[in-house]
Ligand binder design. Structure first.
Ligand code: AMP
Length: 284
């Protein structure tokens, strides 16, 4: 079928209802647009597993803090449409903020504990915005499965936890991080980097690979691993660490020894641009 772009909740619902009548399964890929190969890998995974794939393309205002990059966040729907079509998506849902948040909107999905570590510390409203918009998208599309990148590892853990806590009947699929040839994790925010910053940004993935090597060679002391990673990043003058931490995969609480499945996650400013990267010890 020909890929369609719709702007309203009613149009999404009508299309999904039609598919359901035909007995088709539906996958959802939530995105903020400006799609790259990372997003494309999620669309492909959904296309493989489901009869139809909905891609939401929406820069969600309520997950940005007041001093963050909501206004400057890159947008290009025409380009996104090509990526979605090429990788097997069937429907793009690209609502205006007013379609998602009507006047008088006051209901939020708020999560404790998991959101109070890592990115939650420097982005206090972020996960409330993410959980709220993802819940709304789940209610609008009612997919069988939803696809999220491990690039946003805390987000993936938060969504899994929300789906479990709130008994949402949706399978959550986590997909591997897609990287540039030189290692930098693909991100819509990479477009903010100038040439010097783009070079400097390599310290994130280099530190990640260093950490993975140490885990592979049997190091169990988190401080030893994290110190080596931080030293590598701190040697780059354009880099400023927000955090580099080792946490329990399920709870996002910090650990000191690798005695359980863990997530090693970082956020680093390169100039004014905040970038994230991570690895799961289970994937090493
Ligand atoms: P965003 O548009 O940045 O909100 O991302 C939408 C989805 O794409 C999220 O589930 C991200 O984790 C995922 N994603 C973004 N970048 C990558 C990447 N480099 N590799 C894999 N998934 C990604």
């Amino acid at each position: 079928m020909k890929m369609k772009i719709v702007k309203t909740i009613d149009e999404v619902r009508a299309q999904v209802k039609e598919w359901r009548k035909q007995g088709l399964t539906v996958g959802l890929v939530p995105t903020m647009g400006y799609l790259h190969e990372g997003h494309a890998s999620l669309i492909e995974a959904s296309h493989r597993d489901n009869d139809r794939t909905v891609v939401s393309d929406f820069v969600n205002p309520i997950q940005f803090g007041p001093t963050e990059d909501l206004e400057s966040y890159p947008r290009d729907l025409e380009r996104d449409a090509k990526v979605v079509e090429e990788h097997g998506g069937d429907l793009i849902f690209n609502p205006e903020p007013s379609e998602m948040y009507h006047q008088g909107f006051t209901s939020f999905v708020d999560m404790t504990v998991l959101t109070q570590e890592l990115c939650g510390l420097s982005r206090p409203v972020h996960f409330r915005g993410v959980c709220t918009v993802v819940s709304k998208l789940f209610n609008i599309v009612k997919p069988d499965r939803a696809y999220f990148g491990k690039k946003d590892a805390q987000q993936l853990a938060v969504i899994r936890h929300m789906v479990d806590d709130l008994n949402m009947d949706i399978e959550i699929i986590g997909c591997p991080i897609v990287r540039e040839a030189d290692g930098l994790a693909k991100s819509s925010r990479n477009t903010y980097l100038n040439a010097d910053e783009r070079k400097a940004a390599l310290v994130l993935s280099q530190a990640i690979f260093k950490g993975m090597d140490m885990v592979r060679s049997g190091e169990k002391d988190c401080a030893v691993i994290l110190d080596a990673m931080k030293a590598h990043i701190n040697a780059e003058p354009l880099a400023k660490i927000d955090y580099v931490k080792m946490v329990d995969c399920a709870t996002m609480q910090q650990i000191t020894a690798l005695d359980r499945p863990a997530l090693c996650a970082m956020a680093v400013y390169i100039g004014k641009t905040r970038l994230i990267d991570n690895f799961f010890t289970e994937d090493v």
